[in-house]
Design a protein around this ligand. Sequence first.
Ligand code: ADP
Length: 493
Amino acid sequence: MTVAERTGTVSHFIGGDEVPSASGRTFPAIDPSTGAEIAQVAFGEAEDVDRAVAAGRAAFESGAWSRAAPGHRATVLRRLADLIRADAERIGRIESMDTGKPIAQATAEVNVAADFVTYFAGHAELPNGRTYPADAGYFVYTVREPYGVVGAISPWNYPFLLACWKTAPALAVGNSVVLKMAEQTPLSTAELGRLTLEAGMPAGVFNVVHGDGPTTGAALVAHPQVKKLTFTGSTATGQAILRSAADHIKSVHLELGGKTPNIVFGDADMEQAIAGSLFTAFYNTGQICTSGSRLLVQRKDSDRVIEAFVERARGIRVGDPGDSTSQLGPLVSEEQFQRVTGYIEEGRRGGARLALGGGRPQVPVAGGYYVEPTIFVDVTPDMRIAREEIFGPVLSVLTFDDEDEAVRIANDVMYGLAATIWTTDLGRAFRVAQKIDAGIIWTNCPHYLPVNVPYEGHKMSGLGEDLGVEALQTFTHLKTHCVNFNGARMAWA
Ligand code: ADP
């Protein structure tokens, strides 16, 4: 049973209840594999956001969660993880329908989301704070305290996974959360609210408000009672959020765009490099901020490597997300389809040569937002397709002569999220990793991102640390307590 079948329309989740918008306004959820409407979803406006934040604030002040024993919060979150696992197939089906992700991939992501919740449950019980050397008779210590209400704004490329990724650490350390999912993919996360209650989380601690960016998202960002924001999405929206947050000096955590260089050196294990490069370029239809969307190949080997790569890319199975043999589904929305095909046009106009794809693939159902795996060669670093984030299955291949040139090209974009290096020369791996200005570098292992490993976007790709024990810092602020315990008086006047 889908959310829409269960509730008629998909509601907000506020204060433990599924509620419509105060205005009654809704918007459609679309299946991107057909373009058909699959549900109506409540559209949150400032009044709805205000209700959700008030519920979060009241829950926070009650202390039922924020001051609960850390072991209790950990237990509830572990129970939540188990409930997600038990429901993974159903949530995965909803996710697949709403995003266009192949079904096996969507279900796997729900299970990964559960693992994230399990991991972050442990954050509730981590050591917190320090003591500092002080004068005789003084005792100084710090504690990291939850902010209160955290506003979480999430994109559409990994809806359920990112909802858990962003909110579990915030919840573990005692915050309340108001989550706004991307308007393109609201359905899977609508399931999460009910599960938090079933797990034993007090009503009002976890809230979801649906709606678009300029209305719903902006209201959440501007709300004075939201003390911390965590956002994953485009750099332009991140900039808008940062500007708005200045009004109340809010703490902001941003995970933004990327144009990840995937550098194949001549000494790489080519079989491994080609398989891995294919994965990082096209997995999730290229809709990942760390997608290896720029393939940098050493010039002396480029013909051979590119030919082998294009041949392998021809074998990618594009098809209906509900078919378990599909590897690549459609793009998430009509808007994204227009954007990606616009970039393909731009690549052609700009003088790059199409080595593969560039059009719509043959798929059984008409009307979906499918784009073929597309490879441009003869790309130069100044072209827009080599500089801007496309967020689709479109790869730009560039060539370089030596390490220095590879590093120069890799760094010559405004982003600095991730980079992949393919080499069997250990010295080269460390040298190049040191020179690349990016938050996470992968040698021979793109997208290796276990939940206990932190990272942070450099340049225009982000602000603040994500994952790992570092998330504890992200979702708490510091309080310092200086105690004079021997009655010493201040010697003044
Ligand atoms: P995209 O352009 O790929 O859709 P965005 O960064 O615009 O990516 O969207 C990511 C999330 O940010 C979505 O949940 C969207 O609704 C939200 N969003 C967009 N604009 C704003 C804004 N001005 N303020 C707050 N949230 C926004």
